[in-house]
Design a protein around this ligand. Sequence first.
Ligand code: TUI
Length: 308
Amino acid sequence: MKTRITELLGVKYPILQGGMAWIAESTLASAVSNAGGVGIIAGGSAPIDYLRDQIRRCKELTDKPFGVNIMLMSPNAEDLAQLVIDEKVPVITTGAGNPGKFMEGWLNAGIKVIPVIPSVALAKRMERAGAAAVVAEGTESGGHIGENTTMCLVPQVVDAVDIPVIAAGGIADGRGIAASFMLGAEGVQLGTRFLAAEECQIHPTYKQLVVDAKDTDSIVTGRYTGHPCRSVKTKFSKRLASGESNGTITPEQFEEITLGSLRKAVQDGNLDEGSFLCGAIAGMINEVKPAKDIIEEMFAQAEKLLGR
Ligand code: TUI
């Protein structure tokens, strides 16, 4: 399936793995890259030595292209932004902010920059700033989200920019990929589907929550903090949601309670204090399998649907 994304990145399939903070490390990223997609290591708010180590491990595990996601709300975004230059990472995705101030440095280093954007306005700004492509991410996604849906956002971004558009949010099989292509996207980014990849290193409790989730099992919390986040419905996330709506948890208390909650989910499988981020499509994911099988099966289905 050749598109401007496969050409730009030199890969077999036009698929990026989401740069999920605390989750997307070198084992998962290299498995996706070895399968013909683009594996992404999450910078998150990791210490610089950890990310350097992960990048070097990924280089040992694959000779295929891979990328790093820079989460722009991270307190050490500046250091991580320099690290990816020093380590000659070929592709960067960004999230949770406008990467404008880093663009010149990255472009001068020959890095292909692919910002994740939740709006047409930001897509246009990123194109002017030299982005190679954009990921248009709908509110169906897991984690920190914008307002617009994938179905509405992707075609509007496609109409607004000339660079290739990658669709994200609510995609987990060949039907979602085919639909994204019909909307004008030339690639897809999937996060939640890869939570249930064999190579994904999250706690078994987290993986099981994703596999067991049904259609109504994701919940958005934290709108009143300005950082809405989608996760699996658990006692913890439901308590946050009710505290937010009935005023018993202030925005400041919310930030305090959720600080470190993603790590508690990923590493400890802590159901009482962990935030198990996931997309609204989790209900469709019922099986853990290798990243290679996930990718090959999805693209076989998509190609059939698209009549190729
Ligand atoms: O970034 C994500 N998803 C994430 S980041 C994350 S870690 C986190 N932890 C606590 C608070 C916030 C994040 C978990 N999930 N997806 C990409 C994404 N980017 N979604 C929305 C945005 C975004 C939002 C505003 C991108 C740009 C933006 O720009 C605002 C501006 O400055 O113009």
